[in-house]
Design a protein around this ligand. Structure first.
Ligand SMILES: Nc1ncnc2c1ncn2[C@@H]1O[C@H](COP(=O)(O)OP(=O)(O)OP(=O)(O)O)[C@@H](O)[C@H]1O
Ligand SMILES: [Mg+2]
Length: 245
């Protein structure tokens, strides 16, 4: 579905991302993990066509992405960030917002918004303004706003990191259910191994701007991956007993 070829991202004269070959398959659900500053968000933004790499090529369903067609492709994707970025209007309007650019209007639009408000358990918040929503509620609105677009790929960058443990758990379960129902191709960035099993067993580890491992989470946690950067990253999780999975 998305292919990266010889991608390099240089910022402030520093190479922050370097990826020779990467493929995201149709229907694939990939978790991306790595230390702070490793390049996870940069990787996600390159894939989501939100950041133009310094060098290299990106293909969306076989078509090379260019300055001319990238906006068209971008409208077939949706992104959820850690901060909900909601507008000062009703929850309904926030969720309906992106459909405007995609030419969906009237009854169809309303039906779709109401469907996703229900899926994420926020129908009661339909006419509320985001200012006084809890962090968890606001992130539910962000999720509904992404899913309502029926995107071909959905990107999530540490969407639940700012939430308390029980809220995080509920949202992970609900997100996992909806991703399973829709079969959406997904890239989910996290810094917490414990979040991954709710969504997938398929993980990429990024370190110093490179993908140093891509494969099963279980084999990674079982210590079967002989990549020094992976072992270095995993060690503090194991030593501190933070690993619940
Ligand atoms: N526009 C920019 N200009 C200069 N440096 C940048 C820019 N964007 C990112 N960087 C640097 O590139 C590196 C990777 O950043 P990135 O945000 O992708 O990391 P990350 O893995 O998402 O980190 P975190 O876990 O903290 O979210 C960091 O060292 C960051 O400071
Ligand atoms: Mg980041």
């Amino acid at each position: 579905m998305l292919t990266l070829k010889d991608i390099v991202v240089v910022r402030d004269k520093k190479t922050i991302l370097q990826i020779g070959d990467f493929r995201l398959e149709e229907g694939e659900r990939l978790a991306v993990i790595g230390p702070n500053g490793a390049g996870k968000s940069t990787f996600l933004k390159v894939l989501a066509l939100l950041e133009t790499p310094t060098a290299g090529e990106i293909f969306f369903r076989g078509d090379k992405v260019t300055g001319q067609n990238s906006l068209t492709f971008r409208r077939r994707m949706a992104v959820v960030f850690q901060e909900p970025l909601l507008l000062n209007t009703t929850v309904f309007n926030n969720v309906a917002q992106g459909m405007h650019f995609r030419g969906i209007a009237g009854v169809d639009r309303q039906r779709r918004v109401d469907y996703w408000l229900d899926r994420f358990g926020i129908t009661a918040l339909r006419n509320r303004k985001p200012l006084h929503l809890s962090g968890g509620e606001a992130q539910r609105v962000s999720l509904a706003r992404a899913f309502v677009l029926e995107p071909e790929v959905i990107f999530l960058d540490e969407p639940f990191s700012a939430l308390d443990f029980s809220t995080r758990l509920e949202l992970l379960e609900d997100l996992g259910t909806q991703l399973a129902n829709t079969g959406s191709t997904t890239v989910f960035v996290t810094h917490d191994f414990n979040e991954i099993p709710y969504l997938t067993d398929n993980v990429a580890v990024i370190d110093a701007g490179a993908i140093v491992y891509k494969g099963g989470l279980k084999s990674l946690l079982a210590g079967e991956v002989a990549v020094p950067a992976v072992q270095r990253f995993l060690r503090p999780f194991k030593m501190s007993g933070q690993l619940l999975v």
